[in-house]
Design a protein around this ligand. Sequence first.
Ligand code: HEC
Ligand code: HEC
Ligand code: HEC
Ligand code: HEC
Ligand code: HEC
Ligand code: HEC
Length: 421
Amino acid sequence: MYHLIHLAMNLNLSKLTIAAFRRKTLLYGIFMFLLLLASQSLWAQSAAEGKKLYQTCKTCHTIGGGRLVGPDLKGVTERREEDWLIKFINNSQEMIQAGDPTAVELFNDYNQVPMPPNNFSDDEVRSILKYIEVVGEGGSVEEATAEKETQPQAEAEEPTAEKTTAEQAKDEIDKEITQRMLERSRNYSPVFWISLLLIFLSIFDLVITRLIKARFVHVVIILIGVIIVTEITVREAIALGRQEGYSPDQPIWFSHQVHVQQNKIDCKYCHHIAEDSKYAGIPSPDLCMNCHNVIREGSRTGKEEIAKIHDAIENNEPIKWIKVHNLPDHVFFSHAQHVNVGQVECQECHGPVEEMHRIEQVKDLSMGWCINCHRKAEVVNFESNAFYEAYVKLHEELKAGDIQKVTVEDIGGNDCQKCHY
Ligand code: HEC
Ligand code: HEC
Ligand code: HEC
Ligand code: HEC
Ligand code: HEC
Ligand code: HEC
């Protein structure tokens, strides 16, 4: 690839080399180049794909972090055959019904919680397995070093976090977005930069070197380049736009107001794993069926929306909910720590969910937001919880009346490594 770029540059820059080429060869070369570009684009995407596809699995699985709803997936490619995994990941229930002994045993071991079916191609499953292998083998080491490289910058940012006004916080988010956008295009899109280079070279040739006489070649290259560049930029912008106020249309008109406020269903009825897991989880269609087996009509949406749950069950397809709240991969956040240990209400972080027909992200989920709460928030049961006995000095100060309360920051909750892998 890079040889080709060099070649292309040389072609443009050194007239001597050019003289040896016939114009047609040059044209041909450029089309080959574009073709390669396209295949390179596919390759780069498939490398990142496994990671992307794995996002839905995170609700129930860890890689090396122990058991959640489902098994720890670390080393799964060693304990199972690839064919078995491809079948199981796409439709475990079918295998269980067919009596596959391993699948049946797993199902029973995991309280007969059905794993939601997927509709992946073989290659897609392979890309997920690849990702699981990389992370399982300590691919996180790589991430950890990447973290270190960025740390000095954030340390420089820290002092400003102290005098946050709303304006500053907003500026910081904007800065972070731009920075992350650049980072992502560096990570995932050599295509992005190559396209940019091609556009530049074409314009350069069109105006200055004029090696290729046929104008349409320039036009084609510039057009394709611009399309690719905008595509990538827009996609990244959307991915990063999941900030405050993000409220996407969901595949089913599911209303928290109808369920929580009007029908008094507890948050933890549906998000029951929040108490003792990193995740709060989105309920499976089977759970909806506990009620919607019988309730087949809603007062706002009639039969249409509830029928989608039945369709999902009949076709054995998951409901494709769009995730609203997203932290970057390098941030560690645990619901159990906050909901169960810290006794923080869901609403403090998610706003008045019980009033929402459609979920909206009301907090920016920025680092400043986490840290500010940790500065103020009191550690509950600090005095009685044996877990905190190690903080002798804090206990003494508390007794002597030097301090009134112990905050999360006091116990080291704002240390970088508490939130960053
Ligand atoms: C709603 C929770 C849930 C989600 C989401 C989920 N799984 Fe599972 N998974 C389970 C459970 C539970 C089991 C145990 C088997 C069973 O109960 O059927 C399991 C088992 C597995 C196994 C077998 C593990 C072993 O030790 O052999 C693999 C592999 C697997 N899941 C991969 C995935 C992948 C890949 C995804 C994402 C595309 C995913 N799972 C999403 C719940 C889930
Ligand atoms: C009847 C089941 C049910 C109950 C009860 C319920 N939820 Fe949900 N929740 C869902 C479903 C389904 C989704 C995914 C669809 C959506 O985003 O609206 C969801 C999504 C969410 C999300 C957005 C997740 C994301 O994508 O980032 C939050 C936050 C949330 N719920 C919080 C709560 C809180 C807080 C309560 C209690 C006040 C609650 N839920 C009660 C079923 C429920
Ligand atoms: C504990 C019982 C219960 C569960 C679980 C439950 N619902 Fe409901 N749902 C209700 C009730 C009660 C209504 C109100 C029916 C009415 O409007 O009379 C309702 C209404 C609805 C409506 C129609 C709203 C309207 O006003 O038109 C939809 C759509 C819906 N639910 C989807 C879901 C989905 C999706 C899930 C699973 C994530 C789910 N429900 C889980 C009890 C439940
Ligand atoms: C201290 C803040 C905080 C509290 C308290 C909290 N959440 Fe969350 N919640 C978050 C953050 C941050 C995310 C995004 C996590 C991510 O992307 O890794 C999230 C994500 C979610 C999701 C998306 C699915 C998932 O598991 O990531 C749901 C659903 C949810 N929360 C529901 C709840 C419910 C229900 C409660 C109360 C029982 C609750 N949350 C309490 C901060 C909080
Ligand atoms: C509304 C207040 C609040 C917000 C917002 C909040 N936290 Fe916390 N957090 C707490 C409390 C309270 C505890 C203490 C729990 C306990 O008693 O151990 C805690 C504890 C923690 C711990 C464990 C600290 C330790 O020393 O053991 C981590 C890690 C953490 N939070 C990460 C986060 C991240 C990441 C975010 C932002 C995405 C966040 N928190 C946002 C209130 C908050
Ligand atoms: C209480 C949790 C918490 C603590 C403590 C914390 N961070 Fe963060 N950090 C976050 C969250 C959440 C984000 C993601 C913000 C976003 O997506 O806008 C983040 C983002 C970052 C980023 C930006 C990476 C990116 O996405 O572009 C850097 C760099 C960073 N943190 C470094 C640090 C350093 C250095 C420390 C110690 C001084 C630290 N963090 C302490 C929660 C924390």
